[in-house]
Write a protein that binds this ligand. Structure first.
Ligand SMILES: NC(=O)C1=CN([C@@H]2O[C@H](COP(=O)(O)OP(=O)(O)OC[C@H]3O[C@@H](n4cnc5c(N)ncnc54)[C@H](OP(=O)(O)O)[C@@H]3O)[C@@H](O)[C@H]2O)C=CC1
Ligand SMILES: Nc1nc(=O)c2c([nH]1)NC[C@@H]1CN(c3ccc(C(=O)N[C@@H](CCC(=O)O)C(=O)O)cc3)C=[N+]21
Length: 300
């Protein structure tokens, strides 16, 4: 069996088209231009990829975008000061602070400083709580993107065995919540999981969000399973020339493709969906801040 390749890039393009339509309507009917501020501190390679692709696509859908690139040595007080200014800025409806942050900055303090109504990453306690009890609001961008791709694959996910590898607040935990909401039987795996291969072997749906190049082997995958690869890892690519690199996921793509039913590639899978969902969340928060009902087709 050779897996079908899930084209996240095309799906995201379609989603961005719908977002652009909503942005246009907010502009003409309500004189409202949704605005997104992205803050990056230091040089995490996955964050760099994210920022580059995001700035262009934000402009393409007609939104206002601001980018703050702060040096690795930025203090926690400086970052909190910037967030306070963005919280008060009426042009800004979404604030995204890229993780990971350098060691001198406590991510929890930063997350708690973000105005809840501008929390497009779904990081703050209120947003996380709403997601957990099933109330409407922004949903973490990457899990939302994965969910949209999965819903496109299945008429129903009820009763399927799903394993999420990784338990971060950014990806693993909210992903598990969404799969549970789809009535999957969800297993969460992490660095202390015993016999990960055996856990993965049982799964009809595998979501890998670890950050280790090709660590999920093809032989671990159940024949016919759907594999969603969230990982973004930059590895050396001497075949492209000296000093060149390329992006790979957490799954051994070639190995898994031979057994899986469907699989997302890296690049071109989850990454573009994350960006589209970030834009969708900014439309949602811009609407809510202005007392408007957010478009239903952009949320979970
Ligand atoms: N494509 C996209 O749009 C996005 C991609 N990413 C990428 O996804 C990956 C994960 O991101 P993020 O969740 O933020 O990462 P974190 O580093 O916050 O979390 C990694 C998780 O993987 C687990 N883990 C580490 N080693 C192993 C192992 N050997 N076996 C099983 N589990 C392990 C950790 O377990 P423990 O908790 O026990 O330490 C942890 O829960 C990264 O590559 C990141 O760049 C992230 C966001 C969006
Ligand atoms: N607060 C916070 N929220 C995040 O959502 C977040 C974060 N911090 N820190 C970093 C990770 C990483 N991440 C990516 C998103 C899209 C691509 C992406 O667009 N990927 C393209 C890459 C294309 C290319 O340039 O080759 C693809 O996979 O096709 C990559 C990485 C979001 N993250």
């Amino acid at each position: 069996m050779t897996a079908r390749i899930i084209d996240g890039k095309a799906f995201a393009e379609d989603l961005r088209g719908r977002i652009a339509g909503h942005v246009n309507r907010l502009k003409t009917d309500h004189q409202l231009t949704p605005g997104l501020a992205v803050v990056i501190v230091g040089h995490d390679p996955a964050s760099q990829v994210y920022v580059t692709n995001k700035a262009r696509q934000t402009a393409e859908v007609g939104m206002h975008s601001e980018k703050y690139e702060l040096p690795e040595t930025t203090s926690e007080a400086e970052l909190l000061g910037l967030i306070t200014r963005l919280n008060a800025d009426p042009k800004i409806h979404g604030i995204l602070v890229q993780l990971p942050l350098p060691a001198q900055i406590d991510p929890t303090r930063v997350i708690l400083a973000i105005a809840p109504e501008k929390d497009v990453d779904c990081f703050t306690p209120g947003s996380v709580g709403r997601l957990a009890i099933g109330l409407p609001g922004p949903v973490s961008c990457t899990p939302l993107g994965c969910l949209m791709l999965l819903r496109n694959e299945f008429e129903s996910m009820a009763g399927l065995d799903a394993v999420v590898i990784g338990r971060s607040n950014l990806v693993g935990k909210p992903m598990a919540q969404l799969l549970l909401r789809e009535n999957c039987t969800v297993t969460m795996a992490h660095s202390r999981t015993r016999d990960l291969a055996e856990v993965v072997r049982r799964a009809d749906i595998v979501v890998a969000a670890v950050g280790r190049a090709k660590m999920i082997a093809g032989e671990w995958i159940k024949p016919g399973a759907t594999v969603i690869d969230v990982g973004i890892n930059r590895i050396d690519a001497p075949e492209k020339g000296p000093g060149k690199t390329r992006l790979v996921g957490d799954v051994d793509f070639e190995g898994a493709k031979a057994v899986a039913g469907a699989i997302t590639p890296v690049p071109g899978g989850v990454g573009p969906m994350t960006i589209a969902c970030l834009l969708a969340n900014t439309v949602t928060t811009a609407s809510l801040i202005n007392g408007l009902t957010p478009p239903r087709d952009l949320t979970a």
